[in-house]
Design a protein. Structure first.
Lengths: 471, 431
């Protein structure tokens, strides 16, 4: 263990340079604070940038290009069989990451934020001990915990060289047969990447459905389109044992009490993430995370220690980069004395499957579970001009509204560009828009965005491009 | 876990101020045990516990203002008989984090529209925080029930939000109390720094005081006041009253006050002069004549003025009125009036006489039309049939809304009332 002997003071100490931490550091610096950002990794940007959102999207773009080329046959265009130069693909992905982390580095330098490379732990509620740096300790006036989360390990594969999504994203090889454990968004995205690169992918999910948070009708549309790219999708199944074999791994999968043993060349585990709060010295403060490692915070992002804030994956709510970034801005403003609060009405979720799925605000399944009455308007992309010209009618947009006030409560979509279009739904929720607002806003023709307007019309019982509901 | 929300305390009441907690976290309460005393714009009320259980946490501190529907207590029903057992760390964590945590949780669970919070754009929500206004308390006027930036300005002006003068970060334009009234020459200057001349103490304008301030400002700015003054010779009445009071000692209504007789005389007079039992509806340009005679009496509670109402005073005997006065005044001072006791008055009487004063000009209790002020009864030399005699005189001032009534109406009203008070036997005939 490397321990320096320098002790340093900081007005604001940020632990973790992910999309929450570096944004908080930049905002706090802009508001005139003297900021120290402590990061354990060599590169800035956190999981999202180095081994999450960014590299996965780079790979998804690459494999979707191949898929589009394949689909171009119906337009009368033939490219022949695609081939992959893995080294070039790796290099390209890496260049995307390097460009972005370098950008963050520059932004921090220009703001005068000092970056300390090392691991921080609380010594008490006013100072951090730093391991691995010349600086041994940082005494802070405010601290922001932005340590993020790490991948859960599969107990059945403990200590075996199976992949996590982080390793899989570096494209070590393209296994012939790949087992993906976990049917959440990471498993689905990574499964499609490897399927696109030529692996036969078997997906195993413990729950009866994939993508637990999304409405079933959206997931169904997505699966109808890309199910064939998987070798098998097994829900209500559990990997209860993994063994290393000469060629790869043998996995024992249990379904309805039936156990089967199958051979795979590799195993990718994507069964959720847990907050990095266990090795942070929090027992030297009043902060006590719950049994899942989550730190409770107020709307201002304060923990029970009012000068220590927490943002991102260590706090309740979805573990998403854009939530962390927003929270980072909020706490920076709060500690600078501004009247800020995380009072956002909705946190959008996006899944880069093919077609993409996105939702924001209330989902239908949540409405049912919470007993909230909603009017739902659904618009299928089959009825949309632009979707037809793209040859992508596999999609659906739905809008949920309060039956009395007609206020928009949620928007869900599956289809091309859903990840982009969901922003309109989120803005509608933040602005307190009604169905009328979505209906009277002119949406450009011909685009997929028209589907949002059309779905609002369906919800309001004023649809033009679908048959009127029978009275 | 039961989330106890501040219940509806009556029409038009949206918030209250926590006066006192009767419980602390860890306490075990039974159903109907007193939980918390809350002061609203109208009265102080004690709210009982809706169920038995152990108090897990309090959602607000003494002095906090809470809105109707806010969670003010978490009660663990299962803990009804359990001993309070929690570590200090957990308890202190909960105390610090509870109020905003419930909100944060609700945000995460459901969109705002479902949850019933204010609908406003993010920029407006931020503006509200800058102005230190709880946006959930602001009446919306925007399309489809949205709170607009103008609503915030109006709210800050009408209510003061939680603005306090002298606060460094006060946004000048929006919070200036005179902003936007549009009255020429009205210029409410910033207060000077009083401390440059000596020490001062600052106290927030609390619920009743704030309500009085609002009502009186509105009344004085809105209503063209005219005051008509007279004196009633109450020599006989006082003789009669003191004798009867002696006779009726310790009986109901035995505390026979002069006010009771005046209430009777007023309610009789109002039947003959309907314009003093009316309200002017400035929006519809109509005069609303009320066919009931609920006479309010101003009571000094020590924390501000409240005006409980004697219902249907015209149908009551003087003894019944005296009983009502005694009960209302006692409860007003104890802070145990119901909101209903304070509603529906049609005319107000303020009696500062017992404290002294030869004459006063009272301010109308808007939207009523008139208020009667009673001064102190004093023995005075007066001329009767060319002779100077000593009589007990009661100074009376009727302040009225000149938009609805004229000086002649007031003169007739007060003269007739004074005649009745001069000869108690006349009061027998008016019931």
């Amino acid at each position: 263990m490397v321990m320096g002997n320098l002790r340093q003071e900081a007005e604001v100490a940020v632990i973790g340079a992910g999309p929450g931490g570096y944004v908080a550091a930049l905002r706090a610096a802009d508001l005139g604070k003297e900021v120290v950002l402590i990061e354990e990794r060599d590169k800035l940007g956190g999981v999202c940038l180095i081994e999450g959102c960014i590299p996965s999207k780079a790979l998804i773009t690459a494999v979707e290009l191949v898929e589009s080329a394949r689909n171009a046959e119906k337009f009368g265009i033939r490219f022949g069989e695609a081939s992959f130069d893995l080294a070039a693909l790796r290099q390209w992905t890496q260049s995307v990451i390097d460009g972005l982390t370098g950008g963050i580095d520059g932004l921090l330098k220009r703001r005068g934020v000092e970056v300390i490379r090392g691991r921080a732990r609380f010594a008490n509620n006013q100072s951090l001990l730093i391991e691995g740096s010349d600086v041994s300790a940082v005494d802070f006036r405010h601290c922001i915990i932005a340590t993020g989360s790490r991948i859960n390990e599969l107990p059945a594969a403990y200590n075996l060289p199976v992949w996590s999504s982080a390793e899989a994203l570096t494209l070590p090889e393209i296994p012939k047969r790949l087992l993906v454990v976990g049917g959440g968004y990471i498993g689905l995205e990574m499964g499609l990447v490897y399927a696109g690169l030529g692996a036969k992918v078997t997906m195993v999910e413990f729950f009866p459905k994939l993508l637990m948070g999304a409405d079933q009708d959206l997931v169904d549309v997505m699966l109808r389109s890309c199910n064939h790219r998987f070798e098998a999708v097994r829900t209500e199944s559990k990997v209860i044992g993994v063994e290393k074999t000469a060629h790869g791994f043998a996995a024992t999968i249990e379904h309805n009490g039936q156990k089967t043993k199958e051979e795979f060349d590799h195993v990718l585990v994507a069964i959720g993430r847990k907050p990095n709060t266990d090795d942070l010295g929090l027992d030297h403060t009043k902060i006590s995370p719950d049994e899942k490692g989550i730190i409770e915070v107020s709307a201002e992002g304060r923990t029970v220690e009012p000068h220590i804030y927490a943002i991102g994956d260590v706090t309740p709510g979805p573990q998403l980069a854009h939530k962390a970034s927003r929270e980072g801005k909020v706490v920076a403003e709060v500690l600078a004395g501004e009247p800020s609060a995380f009072d956002n009405r909705a946190i959008p979720a996006v899944v880069f499957t093919d077609p993409e799925i996105a939702w924001t605000g209330l989902t239908e399944q949540e409405a049912k579970r919470e007993g909230v009455k909603v009017d739902v308007g659904k618009f299928p992309l089959t009825a949309l001009g632009r979707a037809r010209t793209m040859g992508r009618t596999d999609g659906l947009v739905k809008v949920l509204a309060d039956p009395q006030t007609k206020r928009v409560l949620g928007v869900g979509m599956v289809g091309p560009h859903a990840s982009e279009l969901i922003a309109e739904g989120t803005l509608a929720l933040e602005m307190g828009a009604t169905l009328e607002d979505l209906m009277v806003t002119i949406h450009p023709h011909p685009t997929i965005s028209e589907a949002i307007m059309e779905a609002a019309e369906v919800a309001a019982g004023a649809a033009i491009h679908v048959a009127a509901p029978k009275k | 876990m039961y989330e106890f929300r501040l219940p509806d305390l009556g029409e038009g009441i949206h918030e209250g101020e926590i006066l006192r907690w009767h419980v602390a976290p860890g306490d075990v309460v039974s159903e109907d045990d007193p939980l918390v005393a809350v002061e609203t714009d109208k009265a102080a009320v004690t709210i009982p516990s809706p169920r038995a259980g152990r108090i897990v946490s309090l959602g607000a501190a003494v002095g906090d203002r809470v809105g109707v529907g806010d969670v003010i207590t978490l009660i663990d029903a299962a803990g009804a008989h359990a001993p309070p057992a929690r570590t200090d760390k957990a308890a202190s964590a909960e105390r610090t984090a509870t109020p905003s945590r419930t909100e944060a949780e609700a945000i995460r669970r459901l969109p705002a529209a479902v949850w019933g919070r204010a609908v406003a754009t993010p920029a407006t929500r931020r503006r509200a925080r800058e102005m230190k206004i709880d946006i959930n308390q602001v009446p919306p006027t925007g399309a489809d029930g949205r709170v607009t930036p103008d609503d915030l300005t109006r709210f800050a002006r009408g209510n003061g939000g939680t603005q306090r003068p002298g606060q460094a970060d006060r946004p000048a334009a929006a919070a200036s109390p005179a902003a936007g009234t549009g009255i020429p020459f009205l210029d409410i200057e910033e207060l000077p720094d009083f401390e440059q001349w000596g020490p001062v103490e600052r106290e927030p304008l609390r619920s009743i005081r704030r309500k009085v301030a609002r009502k009186m400002t509105t009344s004085m700015i809105l209503v063209p006041h005219v005051a008509h003054m007279d004196e009633a010779d109450v020599t006989f009445l006082e003789e009669f009253r003191l004798r009867e009071r002696e006779n009726r000692k310790d009986q109901p209504g035995g505390r026979l006050t002069l006010l009771a007789f005046v209430v009777k005389a007023v309610s009789a007079g109002l039947r003959a002069a309907p314009s003093f039992n009316a309200s002017l509806d400035p929006f519809r340009e109509e005069i609303v004549y009320k066919k009931y005679y609920h006479v309010g009496i101003a009571v000094d509670t020590g924390k501000g003025l409240v005006v409980p109402v004697i219902r249907n005073a015209d149908h009551k005997t003087i003894l019944e009125i005296a009983q009502d006065i005694e009960s209302l005044a006692t409860r007003a001072r104890a802070g145990t009036l119901d909101v209903a006791d304070l509603r529906g008055g049609t005319f107000t009487i303020t009696n500062v006489g017992p404290l002294g004063g030869t004459a006063l000009i009272p301010t109308i209790n808007y939207p009523e039309v008139a208020i009667l002020g009673m001064g102190r009864v004093q023995e005075k030399p007066v001329v009767r049939n060319g002779q100077i005699v000593i009589r007990k005189m009661l100074p009376l001032t009727l302040a009225f809304d000149h938009r609805i009534a004229d000086g002649a109406d007031a003169a007739r009203f007060v003269t007739e009332m004074a005649r009745q008070l001069e000869d108690p036997t006349r009061l027998l005939l008016v019931a």
